[in-house]
Design a protein around this ligand. Structure first.
Ligand code: HEC
Length: 157
């Protein structure tokens, strides 16, 4: 292709662009856009309810070694209330009101904590007068469960 014909070709190309631009008929630019109505749903969106109940106090976190009477109460409710009242009323086993004080004098040489621990881990070691040896051993309870239970039992008055 010669330099000249290329120039001609280029000219033609340019001409086509110019023509195309000129030939573009005036489009109506005011296309009505009626599909969007922003007010319709806004009322409902605005009524998001604040989450209620988010105000419950966080549980205080205890050091693992520190007995937690509150946790002990929960363990007691799950494992022990079938047989023990926390009052002095006998159920299947003795009512446990005041057991912390009693515990100190149950078995010579055993502190209250020792007695309560043993009562849970090895109930047959000491049988309270008037009751049968029917309290089960709680082998599934962890050491900290037992310490928490002991702490809870000592709060019973
Ligand atoms: C199946 C019934 C039964 C369950 C369950 C039971 N106990 Fe007992 N418990 C007894 C009986 C009966 C006695 C009295 C006889 C004895 O000394 O073992 C007793 C005695 C005790 C004593 C001694 C009370 C005292 O005055 O010296 C303690 C402490 C005790 N239980 C704590 C617990 C705890 C804590 C749990 C739950 C982890 C529990 N028991 C679950 C029946 C039960």
């Amino acid at each position: 292709m010669s330099k000249r014909s290329f120039g001609l070709f280029g000219l033609m190309l340019m001409g086509m662009f110019v023509l195309a631009a000129c030939a573009d008929p005036a489009q109506p630019t005011a296309t009505p856009n009626s599909s969007i109505n922003p007010t319709a749903a806004s009322g409902q969106l605005a009524t998001a309810t604040p989450s209620s109940g988010a105000t419950s106090a966080p549980q205080p976190t205890q050091a693992p070694s520190e007995p937690d009477a509150g946790a002990g109460q929960a363990t007691f409710a799950t494992n022990c209330t079938a047989c023990h009242n926390t009052s002095d009323q006998t159920l299947v086993g003795p009512g446990l009101a005041g057991v912390g004080d009693r515990a100190a004098n149950r078995v010579p040489g055993q502190s209250a904590d020792d007695y309560l621990r043993t009562s849970i881990k090895s109930p047959g070691d000491f049988i309270v007068d008037g009751f049968g040896p029917i309290m089960p051993q709680f082998g599934t309870l962890s050491e900290s469960d037992i310490e928490n239970l002991v702490a809870y039992l000592k709060t019973l008055q």
